[in-house]
Design a protein around this ligand. Sequence first.
Ligand SMILES: NC(=O)c1ccc[n+]([C@@H]2O[C@H](COP(=O)([O-])OP(=O)(O)OC[C@H]3O[C@@H](n4cnc5c(N)ncnc54)[C@H](O)[C@@H]3O)[C@@H](O)[C@H]2O)c1
Length: 458
Amino acid sequence: MNRRDFLQLAGMAGLTAAGGCRTMEQIFEGGAGTVPWSGCNMAGFRVEPLPVVRVGVIGVGQRGPGHVKTLARIPGVQIVAIGDLYANRTAKAAKLVTEAGHPAPQEYHGSDEAWRGICEREDVDLIYICTPWLLHTPMAVYAMECGKHAVSEVPAAVTEEECWQLVSTAEETRRHFMMLENSCYGYNELLALSLCRKGVLGDLVHGEGAYLHDLSDSKLTPEDTGGYQGRWRLEWTKQHTGNPYPTPGLGPICQYMNINRGDRFDFLTSVSTDVFRMPQKAARAFGEKAPEARHAYYRQGDMNTTIIRTYRGRTILVEHDTTSPEPYSRINLIKGTKGIFADYPLRVALEPSPHRWMDDQALSELKAKYEHPLWQKNGNAAKQRGGRGGVDYLMNLRLIHCLRNGLPLDMDVYDAASWSCLVELTERSVLKNGKPVEIPDFTRGGWKTAEPLGIVNV
Ligand SMILES: NC(=O)c1ccc[n+]([C@@H]2O[C@H](COP(=O)([O-])OP(=O)(O)OC[C@H]3O[C@@H](n4cnc5c(N)ncnc54)[C@H](O)[C@@H]3O)[C@@H](O)[C@H]2O)c1
């Protein structure tokens, strides 16, 4: 009997363990999109409370140390191991742990594979991944196979296949996987979430999110003068088009709209501009003859625009531009049948005066009434402890709180997969002149019954 026959037979015979899940023995190894449901849905998944969350951090370049610093100051966290390619980076990050009054973590470095040792330790509950994009899924999958919960920086995956691997591995191992989309914890994003959940905007119709952040200099900076390791972000622009970083703008809109919890993505269409600015910048930095100064060096157009239609008939616009000179923005716009919330800068217009933005006083009153409880309770601590204006602190605080209290996490593996799959699907659409591309239902039907996110009730 081959694997497919077995799974069909298992499905027909209703092979299930207690709680409606097939046991590990009843499930064959593997995990791609062609694999039928492993037997367990992860929506609302929770584990026994962990009294202390023992963390292993992998990747301490520009991003990782900030997380180490915030995690080390959250009660109930022990950072037991830190890994990176480079010893000087693990040493620097380990110092952040000891400076916060904790024992020194063990350091793993010196090879591409040293990180596996962290996943294999018995005394680790959570693997925290802050490496370049291509390593997020392989590291998270291995961590879950070793029995650990895993979280990774954004995007969680760079192909549809990787998204399915995350989903199937989480379902089969019954481990949490969360993507660290910190934009979901922004003050304005959580304010908008409160407004949406409390019906202030009416039935939601359309959202807009973006990652508009001029990283042209950072992309070109060599690693030895403070750039990304191996200039991984520039390498991506050489090889790919589409939107490689959809989740900061898209994540909050999905939470407003209850995507995967009552609605789901249906299809998308995506277009990109040509390449304009990177060769000009490179010519100035490295000279006209440098390879980076040629247009043909790049595949990724400066600006990408994507429109998603949801199964329940709503639309989401997602933009990406890390090349053009402009102020940072995630757009963060949501409108419904009773009004509109727009950000950068914050504006709100509501019935019965929807044709003009609220004045400053009305906006302050609205904020006072609908400020999210997470910011009400922890706003001051978040601002003091920092990390992108406090959002990293709040995200890590919630992650640890949920694990220590046996609660479902704020973003589950289906969110990670459906938000991250845009990396490949936008590229597919762009390469076909904007042809619609179907977006898979990673919940395998679970979106119809999954409960809305509980974050407003914290
Ligand atoms: N959400 C946010 O606000 C935000 C902000 C910045 C970066 N990020 C994300 O964080 C991630 C890391 O970005 P960064 O700016 O720190 O990049 P970086 O290049 O500065 O750091 C990556 C680190 O990973 C290490 N690494 C690479 N391969 C490894 C391996 N095999 N084993 C162990 N370590 C390895 C590198 O040595 C490096 O220190 C990216 O996914 C990025 O998109 C998110």
